[in-house]
Design a protein around this ligand. Structure first.
Ligand SMILES: NC(=O)C1=CN([C@@H]2O[C@H](COP(=O)(O)OP(=O)(O)OC[C@H]3O[C@@H](n4cnc5c(N)ncnc54)[C@H](OP(=O)(O)O)[C@@H]3O)[C@@H](O)[C@H]2O)C=CC1
Ligand SMILES: C[C@H](O)[C@@H]1OC(=O)[C@H](O)[C@@H]1O
Length: 254
């Protein structure tokens, strides 16, 4: 059964990792895709090619989500290409690991701008278009287990993920009257570019694996099903929810 047949799905940060897996997962479920990315031209083009090979349409739009204008341009390009916006997956994010006491101001500001401001303006631009269309929609934001727990080298990052989680709760209220559902996924540790260097530390990687009841770290594809589900009518009465996708890591205290 195809859950997103004929839908136009927008995904930010879809050149690699979770965003890419979500975009391809949506295409497998019958959607046309508009993907955003910031730097990785080759991977973005190959994501488009992979979607087209599945028989769906896709375009890639380059832009830095930290700039509010990028969101307006991204949505406008989607409407030009496919006539509407049904789903926004706000996923783009960075995590430059750094100690707290000597954290550079520019690293904090950049992380806040990309992860939180970027999500805010993308969600707002998509919602404005969905309200104009008048037939509702779905927004799925990629937050994190880090919205709920801390990280010694992520003091600038975890507040952005808590912010994204909170943004979905408030927009669920603001947009419910328009038939727009807003939910977040909270991934645990997923093997992507964002943590390649961090998890090159074997000891840390093994510790994270041991903390995971399902016995392995996540793959980007582990997020595709939950994101497609929340974007689809299967989740028609789900809004303001946060879905942990972490192999059980969060509940594993002792
Ligand atoms: N991996 C993990 O363990 C977890 C990840 N997450 C979240 O998942 C999301 C995706 O990360 P993940 O797939 O792991 O990492 P990746 O580094 O593989 O993907 C990040 C994506 O975001 C894009 N991106 C980065 N900066 C910008 C920007 N300024 N504007 C537009 N796009 C941008 C990248 O594009 P480009 O390469 O072109 O710059 C890339 O497509 C992030 O929000 C992250 O916080 C949450 C929990 C766990
Ligand atoms: C990038 C980290 O490995 C990853 O990001 C998150 O949000 C998770 O909590 C992990 O710490």
């Amino acid at each position: 059964m195809k859950l997103l047949e004929g839908k136009t799905v927008l995904v930010t940060g879809a050149s690699t990792g979770i965003g890419r897996a979500a975009a391809i997962g949506a295409a497998r479920h019958g959607a046309d895709l508009v993907i955003n990315y910031a730097h990785s031209d080759g991977p973005a083009a190959s994501c488009v090619a992979e979607i087209e090979a599945l028989g769906r349409r896709a375009i890639a739009v380059k832009g830095d989500v930290a700039d509010p204008q990028t969101a307006q341009d991204f949505v406008a390009r989607a409407v030009d290409a496919f006539g509407k916006v049904d789903v926004m997956v706000s996923n783009a994010g960075i995590c430059p690991f750094h100690a707290f006491l000597d954290m550079p101001v520019d690293v904090v500001e950049r992380t806040f701008k990309v992860n939180l401001h970027g999500a805010y303006f993308m969600v707002q631009a998509a919602a404005q278009q969905m309200v104009k269309q008048g037939h509702g929609g779905a927004i799925v934001a990629v937050s994190s287990i880090s919205a709920l727990v801390g990280g010694e080298y992520q003091t600038h990052y975890t507040p952005t993920k808590a912010g994204v989680h909170s943004l979905m709760q408030s927009t669920a209220i603001a947009l419910g009257k328009h038939g727009i559902r807003c939910n977040s996924v909270l991934p645990g540790t997923i093997l992507t570019e964002i943590n390649k260097d961090d998890l090159a530390d074997q000891e840390k990687r093994e510790y994270m694996e041991k903390r995971t009841p399902l016995g392995r770290l996540g793959q980007p594809e582990d997020l595709a099903g939950p994101i497609v589900f929340l974007a689809s009518d299967m989740a028609a009465y789900v809004t303001g929810a946060a879905l942990l996708v972490d192999g059980g890591m969060y509940v594993n205290l002792q």
